[in-house]
Design a binder for this molecule. Structure first.
Ligand SMILES: Nc1nc2c(c(=O)[nH]1)N[C@H]1C(S)=C(S)[C@@H](COP(=O)(O)OP(=O)(O)OC[C@H]3O[C@@H](n4cnc5c(=O)[nH]c(N)nc54)[C@H](O)[C@@H]3O)O[C@H]1N2
Ligand SMILES: Nc1nc2c(c(=O)[nH]1)N[C@H]1C(S)=C(S)[C@@H](COP(=O)(O)OP(=O)(O)OC[C@H]3O[C@@H](n4cnc5c(=O)[nH]c(N)nc54)[C@H](O)[C@@H]3O)O[C@H]1N2
Ligand SMILES: [Mo]
Length: 669
């Protein structure tokens, strides 16, 4: 991203035309980054609560007073048990320095409770690790050369624009694009075929594709024999999934599965040819499909498909979910777990923060959470099962500090809000969301008002806590240099802003999977050793479609195009584009409930109720409703958002959230 600065003011941001993946284009939301940075409601001085908890009433205080009081409160709690202090952070910035760089040091030295940062991608990550061996896959640029692209659980036009550019190139060169998504997304609109399966049924679909590849003998037998582990067992399991069976589970036609397998099988390679008749087949999976109970197993099954047809032989074949395994981040050097000095604090999962804030002290749990320090996150809006989350944050005996740009739903519950800098105002380094370039974030302007980088806030807090290790003096630029160590030439990063990581063009053309066996692991001994099924299977949703009479509709809540999770929701131009929180619903489901297009509805289940307007459009299939997110609660009709309905249940692998595994009923309000 390039920022134009005039007289110290950032007047424009644009995509860097010299960066191949960005190619001069920013997504809709980030192109409004200056509007967000100079927003009149930006929090630019420390604020102290004056009203009752959650009333959102604050008065400005000096940094000195705020940090002094916070340090005193933390010291008193730590004197009893530092595990009663809980950090909570995630994706506000995914920068390695303003993320856990200095913060990790602070909480390790303190001996605070750990946070399991699994609210986004961990089921899929675990699926990849237990199949391919790491969070790695195809290089994104080679999708441009594929002849078949399956976009699976990804609304790329909304949430992964850089990939979409390559998919579009392939499309113009004659590739077939198939989208697998319960919702007819903006991306599905642009694909040649769309398979609108029920949420959480992708594992069944993948098994049935395998069954078809077996019965029609569209397999790369040489690749299977040389580079995979457990094929005989996987083959047996796949044979249990003829298209009719999978079609019933997925809520689609058997013919759709047969056609998909035919297209995919036509790309099957062999020992002598790196692709079949149709050319290379590439799968872009994304995290939308793993926010359900069986998300880990589904990702395992899909990640196996390229091995069946030998797609990995060609650089434009294979699968990509994550490229983060390509980045050798020096986390220990940044976060300094050695500062724990032998202590092993408890860990809380960020998805279950609702329950955990309400949990009393016990021998298994440890102390009640007494202090919460939130940075880079807005849990009151984005964590599931809001009724619990709100009740937890509303506890009068909980001391809450929120580092923020704005008075978010979470900041409303703070005892102190500390003003943080934005990406225009601080140093950072980033890995990527699917490509393999390391990125530098230089400050373009001075911090606005009294805002400070997260790192600086933790540095100053550390000083007041009496933490005197020299590592608390490291500058942000020093932390940037540390993040990748020797893996990235920092001078090149300073010069160009990005550095492409070395990575082979077709990483698994000859096996070499980073698994314990070196093979693509259909059977995972590591999972078997944990008492789990070593072979993947279809794992039904916790709340499977048709399993409840009271709540017959499945609800998913994927991102809105103009927001980034709950970020940008308060930017007027972007909020005007989105309008208001909407529930997309199929006309057949609406007619059965006498619901008119545009009317207000109650969406509810046993966890709660959320009111919003309904949109009867072509995007919803029968039986599935979409509450696009993630709106701030305070902009909702009744001060709630879709997470009032979602559950704290976790995934099969990786302890991830199950936002899209959620049954509801809808009534006219
Ligand atoms: N504009 C925008 N871009 C974003 C974000 C944002 O909030 N807004 N968020 C960023 C972040 S943090 C992330 S993790 C990514 C998320 O981006 P993605 O990984 O693409 O995930 P989602 O957008 O959650 O879901 C993608 C698609 O999956 C579909 N889906 C839902 N359930 C299922 C299912 O069971 N099976 C299948 N096959 N599909 C399903 C949804 O309808 C949606 O169209 O995007 C990033 N980019
Ligand atoms: N229902 C439903 N819920 C979801 C999802 C969904 O698809 N559906 N998606 C889930 C996913 S994939 C994710 S990743 C999570 C994301 O959840 P979060 O990690 O909470 O991300 P955001 O909602 O974007 O909120 C980030 C906050 O950090 C602040 N921030 C940004 N930069 C900085 C900084 O440099 N310093 C400080 N101190 N603050 C900063 C922003 O102002 C913003 O308020 O939400 C999850 N929640
Ligand atoms: Mo995410």
């Amino acid at each position: 991203m390039l920022t134009t600065v005039e007289n110290g003011v950032a007047v424009k941001v644009q995509g860097n035309p010299n960066h191949p993946h960005t190619d001069g284009a920013l997504c809709a939301k980030v192109s409004r980054y200056t509007e967000r940075t100079y927003h009149p409601e930006r929090t630019l001085q420390p604020m102290k609560r004056v009203g009752t908890k959650g009333s959102g009433q604050f008065e400005p205080v000096s940094w000195d007073e705020a940090l002094g009081d916070i340090a005193n409160r933390l010291k008193a709690i730590a004197a009893q048990d530092p595990q009663a202090i809980q950090p909570y952070s995630y994706a506000g910035t995914m920068g390695l320095v303003q993320g856990e760089g200095m913060a990790g040091r602070f909480f390790n030295k303190l001996g605070a409770s750990m946070l399991e940062r699994t609210i986004c991608a961990s089921a899929g990550g675990a699926g990849l690790v237990h199949t391919l061996g790491a969070k790695v896959g195809m290089r994104v640029e080679f999708f441009a050369e594929a002849k078949l692209i399956i976009i699976w659980g990804s609304n790329s036009i909304t949430s992964n624009l850089h990939f979409w550019r390559y998919a579009n190139q392939a499309k113009r060169a004659g590739a077939k694009l198939i989208c697998i998504d319960p919702r007819k997304s903006e991306t599905a609109d642009k694909c040649h075929a769309h398979i609108a399966l029920l949420p959480g049924t992708d594992g069944a679909l993948a098994l049935s594709i395998m069954q078809q590849l077996v019965v029609n003998d569209r397999l790369d037998h040489d690749y299977l024999a040389r580079y995979t582990l457990g094929w005989a067992q996987l083959r047996e399991r796949a044979l249990q999934w003829p298209p009719e069976r999978a079609a019933a589970v997925c809520g689609i036609e058997a013919a759709q599965i047969e056609a998909l397998a035919r297209d995919y099988g036509a790309c099957a390679a062999s020992a002598s040819q790196s692709t079949g008749a149709q050319g290379p087949a590439a799968i872009r999976m994304n995290y939308g499909l793993q926010r359900v109970h069986g998300g880990g197993n589904a990702v395992r099954l899909i990640a196996m498909l390229p091995a069946l047809i030998g797609a990995w032989r060609h650089r434009a074949g294979g699968v990509l979910l994550s490229s983060s395994g390509a980045f050798a981040v020096q986390r220990a050097k940044l976060e300094r777990p050695d500062l724990l000095a032998g202590r092993t604090p408890r860990t809380i999962n960020m998805t279950t923060i609702g329950n955990d804030l309400l949990r009393p002290a016990s021998p298994e749990f440890g102390p009640k959470v007494a202090a919460l320090i939130v940075y880079n996150s807005n849990p009151v809006a984005i964590a599931p099962d809001s009724a619990k989350v709100v009740a937890g944050f509303a506890r009068e005996d909980l001391f809450t500090v929120v580092l923020e740009h704005f008075q978010t739903d979470t900041a409303d519950y703070a005892d102190y809000i500390l003003p943080a800098t934005t990406q225009l105002e601080h140093w950072d380094v980033h890995s990527s969301y699917g490509h393999t370039d390391a990125l530098l974030n230089r400050p373009a302007i001075a911090p606005l008002g009294q805002a400070k980088p997260n790192t600086q806030i933790f540095r100053e807090l550390a000083a007041r806590m009496g933490f005197d290790e020299p590592c608390f003096q490291d500058t942000d630029e020093a932390l940037c240099r540390l993040a990748y160590g020797d893996a990235v030439d920092f001078n090149a990063l300073l010069e160009k802003g990005f550095v492409t990581l070395p990575m082979s063009e077709a990483p698994f053309a000859q096996g070499n999977f980073p698994t314990p066996s070196g093979q693509c692991e259909f059977f995972s001994q590591r999972l078997a050793d944990r008492g789990l099924d070593g072979l993947p299977d279809h794992v039904p949703n916790h709340e499977a479609a048709h399993s409840s009479k009271a709540y017959p509709l499945a609800m998913i809540s994927p991102p809105a195009r103009n927001f980034l999770n709950s970020t940008f929701v308060n930017v007027t131009s972007l909020r005007n584009s989105e309008g208001e929180p909407l529930l997309e619903m199929h006309p057949v489901n609406a007619a059965a409930r006498q619901i008119q297009d545009g009317s207000t509805v109650r969406v509810f289940n046993a966890r709660g109720e959320h009111r919003c307007r309904v949109s009867l459009n072509h995007r919803a299939r029968v039986g599935v409703v979409h509450g696009l997110g993630v709106w701030w609660r305070k902009f909702g009709l009744d001060g709630t958002n879709v997470n009032q309905l979602t559950s704290q249940a976790l995934t099969d692998l990786g302890n991830g959230p199950t936002f899209y595994d959620c049954l509801v009923e809808v009534q006219a309000a």
